[in-house]
Design a protein around this ligand. Sequence first.
Ligand code: SF4
Length: 286
Amino acid sequence: MKQPEKITYKIARMALHRFEEPCISGDRGSGTIFFSGCNLRCAFCQNHEISALGKGLEVDEDKLIYGMQKLEAEGAHNINLVTPTMHVNKLIHTLQRAKKAVKVPIVWNSSGYETVANLKKLEGLVDVYLPDFKYSDDSLAFEYSHAKNYFEIACAAVREMRRQQPADVFEDGMMQKGVIVRHLVLPNAVDNARGVFEEIAKIDKSMYVSVMGQYFPTAQVAGHPVLGRRLEEGEYDRAIRAFFHAGLTNGFSQELDSATEEYVPSFDLSLLEEFLELQKGARTRD
Ligand code: SF4
């Protein structure tokens, strides 16, 4: 009889992370697991070394589950799967095991560029959806992220997430179930932000939206005529006004001085090796 294939992932980081939204990070941190690779190719990506260059270590399913349990034991308020979309089929099996192995909520922290068919496979396995909704302007989506039909795909994805998690449930201020949509305001793109907020309001005016002002130009876009500069305070203020104008009421904002590389997590693979107690010789590295 054919043996089932061993499930493995390429992982760049597993650690408590304190810089998510307050109801995700809490006072102890979110148990983040950063998958290598991404189904988008954003020119401005702050995690370029893992999303585009694929930095990471091969970790099998048993070790991943062990890592989730360790994060929970260290106090993680949740298990936060970062850029998991490309692994959805494998994750169905892994999350079925994870739901028995850990008690904290499972968070799906994605680009928002994913199909409804794939999201349906996650029903009952994901407690909190934390998608990006980057663009209402498809020309920007194509120019900056090489993504076709981003708007239509992200709208359908967020609708499906809301269908699966129709109510936002909190315990001691921490989200246990629900949806938070993130929008990173880009330079010279307040209209793009407005379109995103208006669309989210059509899906559900009570949706939690995280309006992120932490954009900073990475080395990959240094010198770009638009992406090569930081967000101006006036732009962020206009985006916040657009949020309220769309009829949204629940959300999170950021201080613009959080727009610094200090908040980008370290992808030092020796930390991951240490955390998972990976055996020498039983690993691959890019
Ligand atoms: S979706 Fe996020 S992780 Fe993926 S390339 Fe874009 S910015 Fe990077």
